[in-house]
Design a protein around this ligand. Structure first.
Ligand code: HEC
Length: 119
């Protein structure tokens, strides 16, 4: 028995992962609506470790074996954040968020870019 649909889906995921490593897929333009979505998605997916302003002080931070990165200390670029959340950081508590749509990941990436000191 083969499962039609499974191969194309995994091939697509692999393609996206490889593409993200080389150069991120075309970023949607940053708009107020996308930023608003990013703020909400950050609150659901990232705040518990990285804290409300990215200062590595979320409610789970103290209990992690590897401390979360302080997202507010240096000015991060959205493309870097997109790559980090797509791949995660293996061997640390930082998970991959590849299951979120690329648009959602870009929304979060723009929000995180806005947490930096240069914004
Ligand atoms: C379970 C806790 C946890 C969650 C949830 C989490 N992170 Fe992290 N994150 C970490 C830890 C721990 C590190 C530090 C990894 C290391 O030391 O290399 C990290 C590292 C990072 C880095 C730096 C990656 C690098 O290559 O140095 C970025 C950017 C980041 N996280 C963004 C996010 C965003 C955005 C979200 C939400 C989509 C998120 N994280 C969710 C724990 C978390």
């Amino acid at each position: 028995m083969t499962t039609p649909g499974l191969l194309p889906a995994s091939a697509l995921a692999l393609c996206l992962a490889l593409h993200a490593r080389a150069a991120p897929p075309a970023a949607p333009p940053s708009t107020p609506a996308l930023l608003e979505r990013g703020q909400a998605a950050y609150a659901s997916h990232c705040l518990r470790c990285h804290g409300p302003k990215g200062e590595a002080d979320g409610p789970l931070a103290a209990g992690l074996k590897v401390k979360p990165y302080n997202l507010a200390r240096y000015q991060l670029q959205a493309a870097f954040v997109f790559g980090a959340i797509t791949e995660g950081v293996p061997g640390t508590p930082m998970p991959s968020f590849a299951r979120l749509s690329a648009e959602e990941r870009w929304a979060i990436a723009y929000h995180v870019e806005g947490l930096g000191p240069g914004k």
